[in-house]
Design a protein around this ligand. Structure first.
Ligand SMILES: [Zn+2]
Length: 459
């Protein structure tokens, strides 16, 4: 390992000690402020805790370049872990080339991007043009950081986003998405029918835009299908249902309390839903009230029929859906889900179908956000130059990719006329899960390529 990689890792470890859950990035922004002061760098911090750090270039061609990555990370932990994401450092586990975390998500998404920017900002040896390093907040939830950032603070017309999860491709576009909240208000009744708690856990999960093939194994969907099967046999009353973490991620666990007269419920479920690794627990419990039979049917019908998983894949236009969170608050069931597609028309069509379904089932829809697509720019000079430098450094060309997952690029591009963008990154496996992994050699490759690009005279 060379000196640069070593320093990169030190910075990554340092970053991992600072809590940075979405919406709680204050401590990290404080750290960035101190970092900028210590390194005599100009900085700007806003109310959303976005931080922009500028550094003057040290080479001939000085057209400014914006580097950007998000501060926040998805915080998930193993069920028996008592890790406190507001206080505790992420515990790093290094095994040869592989880095993971003990019992929690790692935050390589996008601790890698953060560490790369800090590495360049603090260095007195790396050659680069004027740099504008933008650290944004709440990427994993609402994009509020990027949405609220005052882009007039930026002079660059070229932006390299570091939020990709592969090192053999660069991203030149991304899909649009719509996030909705679906709320059902029902009637609660009481009776003395037996209650059971069904719990699904250990589902693989991941980002629904990246791991589309896994998205039908969503814990919320699995539990709804189990209940639907039971409903076909006998009345089932739902008392409460909850699961999932974020609208964009495949739910890894879900639990539902039901009331039913079915006797051998445990066996029935296990016979019909035997899946490798997925854990199903059924336990007798007590619950006073539940939704009515009719309401329970509507709730299950809504979950099972909302657009989920791969919806269509025509001419490279992938459209998908994900139910990310379900919660019960007294007599309300609230579902939060997302739809993704690069084609606006297709996205709106699927959204309309969700509206029709929800209308039939008595669910009210509230739109939480919509992000526009980043439509690839075929004349991008940045893409062309980066591709060529990539070839020089790595001996082969990167693939050019339009990602199905959302990126902050489209949000920023809306406010900077003529902004040229690409997104790069290193391999991150199973991000947004407790099995998140990164590879030192892959980070090394990305750093080498980026530094070659920044040092190149004709970019
Ligand atoms: Zn990310």
């Amino acid at each position: 390992m060379n000196q640069i990689t070593n320093r990169f890792l030190e910075l990554f470890y340092k970053i991992s000690k600072i809590p940075r859950e979405s919406g709680k990035e204050k401590k990290f922004a404080d750290f960035l402020e101190i970092f900028a002061k210590e390194n005599n760098l100009e900085f700007y911090r806003d109310k959303s805790n976005n931080v922009l750090i500028k550094k003057s270039g040290n080479k001939e061609n000085n057209e400014p370049i914006i580097l950007q990555a998000h501060i926040d990370m998805v915080c998930v932990k193993k069920e028996n872990s008592n890790h406190n994401f507001e206080l505790d450092p992420i515990e790093i586990v290094k095994s040869g080339n592989v880095i993971s975390a003990r019992d929690t998500s790692l935050g390589a998404d996008q601790g890698i991007g953060l560490a790369i920017m800090l590495l360049i900002l603090e260095s007195s040896q790396i050659k680069h043009p004027d740099l504008e390093c933008l650290f944004t907040t709440e990427e994993e939830t609402t994009f509020n950081g990027a949405v609220n950032f005052d882009c007039s603070k930026l002079n660059g017309k070229k932006l390299i986003n570091i939020d990709h999860c592969k090192d053999d491709s660069i991203v030149i576009g991304c899909d649009a998405d719509i996030c909705n909240k679906y709320t059902f208000k029902g009637k609660l009744i009481t009776n003395n029918i037996s209650a059971y708690k069904i719990k699904i856990s250990n589902v693989k999960g991941g980002n629904s835009g990246v791991e589309i093939e896994r998205s039908n194994k969503n814990a919320i969907i699995i539990i709804a299908k189990i209940i639907q099967m039971l409903q076909n046999e006998e009345d089932v009353l739902i008392c409460e249902i909850s699961g999932g973490n974020s609208e964009g991620d495949i739910a890894t666990s879900c639990e539902c309390i039901i009331k039913t007269k079915i006797k051998d419920i445990k066996d029935k479920i296990k016979q019909n839903f035997l899946e490798d690794n997925i854990q199903i627990q059924v336990n007798k419990t007590f619950k006073e009230s539940s939704f009515t039979i009719e309401d329970s049917k509507k709730i299950i019908n809504e979950i099972v029929n909302l657009k989920q998983g791969l919806i269509s894949d025509k001419n490279n236009i992938v459209t998908s859906g994900n139910i990310g969170i379900i919660e019960t608050e007294k007599n309300k069931v609230i579902i939060t889900g997302i739809l993704r597609s690069i084609e606006e028309k297709e996205l709106q069509k699927q959204n309309r179908e969700n509206y029709l379904l929800s209308d039939r089932n008595g669910f009210k829809i509230e739109e939480i956000y919509q992000d526009a697509a980043w439509i690839p720019n075929i004349n991008s000079k940045l893409k062309e130059n980066y591709k060529n430098i990539y070839y020089k450094v790595n001996g082969q060309y990167p693939e050019l990719e339009i990602t199905h997952a959302g990126l902050e690029c489209s949000c920023i591009a809306k406010r900077i006329a003529g902004l040229d963008m690409i997104s790069i990154g290193s391999i991150i496996e199973n991000f947004h899960t407790v099995n998140e992994k990164m590879y030192i050699s892959s980070c090394e490759k990305t750093i080498k390529t980026l530094l070659a690009y920044l040092g190149y005279e004709n970019n």
